[in-house]
Design a protein around this ligand. Structure first.
Ligand code: NAD
Ligand code: WQD
Length: 346
């Protein structure tokens, strides 16, 4: 029996593959490598000492997907595969709807045909839209502010309808807050394409000398220091949450949403301080105006995941920054140009 991991070569997927393998699961990965590298999966094997099957194709290729279910004894699916850049989704909405929504529908059709009805889905705190009632609980009002967020909302609705049509389905909708950090080996981590959109990858590229300075999007929010507050969660904690969710979908039916966050918020300035401490580098910054669509404060109430999945985040902000820094220094170009190690700026 194996767990199928879609998008397993990506940032969160690769860390989850490590945790699943360490916990003794057999896994099968499918990825089209549109936003990842084979090297990440090679390093998953290096870290765990375990091998697994890798299929390279697009989820929308239904025939190939059928083939996976015929060749392997799949018991459940962890579904990461999707596009995730908010700005890109505004410019290319059809691509996002096709890849994320249709990709998921095709996956579920094939699962249904093969009588595999246990699914863990990568949702996002973005489904809470502009809600600034914190801490956010799973029953908060849902909305989307961009096509990417709408794909997550639509998929959540589709999966709820699927369960209503057949109560044998068992589905966990995992709403991630702000995943950061890397495996503590420094061998796998986040490798954004081009200039990072997210705070931590940006800060770490400033620290390593790839970018000159951080732009802070607004210092006049109604927060303690005026900058935006988010719930940053260590990617290894997040990965462990998937193992607990797999146990949950294997032992019950239904469709349930779970916040995966720490329940604590940190401001941009606090993140800069923590990263300066971890890296022993100065992070120069410029204050710019607010980024459209940003909320002031967003952090989770993660009680439901604790009570129903037996999961809680254990790593603090210092560890998140130390692990990000180790990964960044050892792999300044991510998985590209693996031999071109760059000396960090003094
Ligand atoms: P990622 O881009 O690193 O990983 C996604 C993986 O899916 C990549 O390896 C990519 O090549 C693959 N993929 C994409 N479309 C595919 C397709 N049609 N067929 C096969 N493979 C495909 O992203 P990530 O940060 O690891 O995110 C994983 C999931 O978690 C995504 O669904 C994302 O929306 C969600 N999520 C991420 C964050 C975050 O901040 N990283 C936050 C909330 C939710
Ligand atoms: C965090 C804080 C920024 C960059 C996004 C997506 C969301 C989810 C996770 C997938 C905010 C500030 C940032 C920078 C800055 N992904 N910032 N300078 O916006 O909470 O969430 O990623 O589902 O959908 O919207 O995360 O890391 O972009 O921003 O000042 O260069 O850092 O304004 O306050 P966000 P982020």
């Amino acid at each position: 029996m194996a767990i199928l991991v879609t998008g397993g070569a990506g940032y969160i997927g690769s860390h989850t593959c490590v945790e699943l393998l360490i916990e003794g699961y057999e896994i099968v990965v499918v990825d089209n490598f549109s936003n990842s590298h084979h090297e990440s999966l090679r390093r998953v094997t290096e870290i765990t000492g375990k091998t697994f099957k890798i299929y390279e194709f697009d989820l929308m290729d239904k025939e190939e997907l059928e083939n996976i279910f015929e060749e392997n004894d799949i018991e459940a699916v962890v579904h990461f595969a999707g596009l995730k850049a908010v700005g890109e989704s505004v410019n290319e909405p059809l691509w996002y709807y096709a890849n994320n929504v249709i990709g998921t529908v095709i996956l579920c059709e094939v699962m249904k045909k093969h009588n595999v009805k246990k699914l863990v889905f990568s949702s996002s705190a973005t489904v809470y839209g502009n809600s600034d009632e914190v801490p956010i609980k799973e029953d908060a009002l849902l909305s989307a502010t961009n096509p990417y967020g709408r794909t997550k909302l639509m998929i959540e609705e589709i999966l709820r309808d699927l369960y209503l049509s057949d109560p044998k389905w068992s589905i966990a909708l995992l709403r991630y807050f702000n995943p950061i950090g890397a495996h503590e080996s420094g061998r796998i981590g986040e490798a954004p394409n081009g200039v990072p959109n997210n705070l931590l990858p940006y800060i770490s590229q400033v620290a390593v000398g790839k970018l000159d300075r951080l732009n802070i999007f607004g210092d006049n929010y109604p927060t303690k220091d005026g900058t935006g507050i988010r719930d940053y969660i260590h990617v290894v904690d997040l990965a462990a949450g998937h193992c607990r969710a797999i146990e949950k979908v294997q032992s019950s039916t239904g469709v349930e949403a779970y916040n995966l966050g720490t329940g604590r918020g940190y401001s941009v300035f606090e993140m800069i301080d923590a990263f300066e401490m971890a890296s022993d580098k100065l992070i120069p910054y410029t204050i710019l105006k607010r980024r459209p669509g940003d909320v002031a404060v967003c952090y989770a109430n993660a009680t439901k995941a604790f009570e129903e999945l037996g999961w809680e985040a254990v790593h603090g902000i210092d560890k998140m920054c130390q692990d990000t820094w180790r990964w960044q220094v050892n792999n300044p170009n991510g998985y590209d140009n693996l031999n071109a190690l760059m000396k960090p700026k003094e």
